[in-house]
Write a protein that binds this ligand. Structure first.
Ligand code: UD1
Ligand code: CA
Length: 457
């Protein structure tokens, strides 16, 4: 049996009131459609056909990949018409799974179960019991509980509107029936559209078996038609991630105040305070503590490190037992070795900080190599840029950079070397040497401050 997935993503999404096509609106930092494509991929199907129409070029450019077949539906004549556009790619022996591009929380296991239950001969459909089914197609069953049809909200009678079993829209069609069914749909209904949902009544009339699975969770099958629903889906996703992280060994100060926008893998006994955002690929090892209001993107934090409040990490690797923040900014290419400290209002970029070294306050260290156990004083700046080129600063093991030193790169500070506070270093400093590069102080004896004249009344 060959599985083909058809993902419907051509609709306009008028209620989003957006110039961005609906399916590109993000949930957890990723377009809704990409979530759906990822779920489809996990089923290892023969083909994934994405039906696009509104904003087709933008959708395709955003998500293009070798394993996707883009199918254009130039006029949006309904969900049945949309699936029909993919028919040229479907054979009789295939199974066709229909997904919607705006239903991002669907779980792969749910789909796998539905596909198995339907098999190659039956029509499979996924329904859900809903608190409020407004807007959804209603599942019509006979006295014996057999499904007879789906009736859309706008076509339903007052009595049918009371039914709280809704159509998720997710369906499995036997390839042998798909073409026949889709070509016999009519648009004689309240919306003047070719409804995919009408294939259910067709199957029943032809005595083709209908297999119904019910989704356990309303949120899992919810589509986003407006920004309110998008926000509900976002929270739903975040809840699920928070649950997962807690199950794996993270303590969350408040599961509702963590946002994960990417793939996070964690060790055990991690503690995450409120309002933390984890983005991209983030790896957090055992015993790491993350303080409140941190943003951590594409970074690795090794065991025992502490990231204090309001720190911002991107493309950084924090070694074991490091101490970062509060208010630290580690930019791409920052590598901290074991036990390093980067304190408040320190910015680093493309910089390797050796084990045990400290940059505790108010510094910019970019394009630099810092050895072990160096101490970089407050206000140190690497002058790494001449307006065109970037240059490297090297700081040796055990070096002591006095406060407010400007290191004009390219420049090297030797092992155990010291710079006097306030120095502007433009030449290399040999090992174990003090460099003083500042104007000498001059004291003016007997100097009188100007005195304010009393103003006449
Ligand atoms: C559809 C179902 C309804 C179900 C609901 C679940 C039909 C007729 N109705 O209604 O039973 O309860 O979803 O969310 O199927 N699309 C196209 N081309 C089109 C029309 C739609 O690609 O011509 C795409 C849309 O982009 C969207 C999906 O199909 O991803 C569903 O379309 P939408 O208009 O949202 O259907 P609903 O009215 O919500
Ligand atoms: Ca919808």
């Amino acid at each position: 049996m060959n599985l083909h997935v058809v993902i419907l993503a051509a609709g306009q999404g008028t209620r989003m009131r957006s110039s961005l096509p609906k399916v590109l609106h993000p949930v957890a930092g990723k377009p809704m459609l990409e979530h759906v494509i990822d779920s489809a991929r996990a089923l290892l199907p023969q083909g994934i056909h994405v039906v696009i129409g509104h904003g087709a070029e933008r959708v395709r450019q955003t998500l293009d990949a070798a394993d996707l077949n883009w199918v254009l539906q130039s006029e949006q004549l309904g969900t049945g018409h949309a699936v029909a556009q993919a028919l040229p790619h479907i054979n009789d022996a295939d199974q066709v799974l229909v997904l919607y591009g705006d239903v991002p929380l669907l779980q792969v296991e749910t789909l796998r179960a539905l596909v198995e239950q339907a098999g190659s001969q039956a029509l499979g459909m996924l329904t859900v019991l809903m608190q409020d089914p407004t807007g959804y197609g209603r599942i019509i069953r006979d006295q014996s509980g057999q499904v007879q049809a789906i009736v859309e909200q706008k076509d339903a009678s007052a009595e049918q509107l009371l039914i709280n079993e809704g159509n998720t829209g997710i369906m499995v069609l036997p390839g042998s029936q798909a073409a026949g069914w889709l070509s016999s749909l009519s648009n004689n209904n309240a919306q003047g559209e070719y409804y995919l949902t009408d294939v259910v009544a067709l199957a029943v009339s032809q005595a083709v078996p209908v297999q119904v699975a019910q989704a356990g969770d309303e949120l899992e099958v919810m589509g986003a038609n407006n920004r309110q629903q998008l926000a509900v889906l976002e929270r739903g996703w975040q809840c699920r991630e928070a649950e997962r992280l807690m199950t794996q060994g993270a303590s969350l100060a408040d599961p509702a105040r963590l946002d994960v926008r990417g793939e996070v893998s964690i060790g055990r006994d991690i503690s995450i305070d409120v309002n933390v955002i984890l983005e991209g690929r983030v790896v957090i090892e055992d015993d790491v503590i993350i303080g409140p209001h941190c943003v951590i993107k594409d970074s690795v934090i090794k065991s025992g490190s502490v990231i204090k409040a309001f720190s911002h990490l991107e493309g950084a690797e924090v070694g074991a037992d490091c101490d970062v923040g509060p208010y630290a900014r580690l930019r791409p290419g920052t590598v901290l070795h074991t036990g390093a400290k980067v304190g408040n209002f320190v910015e680093t970029k493309k910089t390797v900080v050796g084990a045990g070294s400290k940059i505790n306050h108010l510094s910019y260290v970019g394009d630099a190599e810092v050895g072990r156990n160096a101490n970089i004083g407050a206000g140190t700046i690497t002058c790494n840029y001449d307006g065109v080129n970037k240059f490297v600063t090297r700081i040796g093991d055990g070096a002591f950079i006095g406060s407010n030193t400007a290191l004009v790169a390219p420049v090297a500070v030797g092992n155990q070397a010291t710079t006097a506070a306030g120095s502007t270093i433009t030449q290399d400093i040999p090992d174990a040497t003090l460099a003083v590069a500042r104007a000498r102080q001059r004291n003016v004896e007997g100097w009188k401050r100007p005195v304010k004249q009393a103003k006449p009344e």
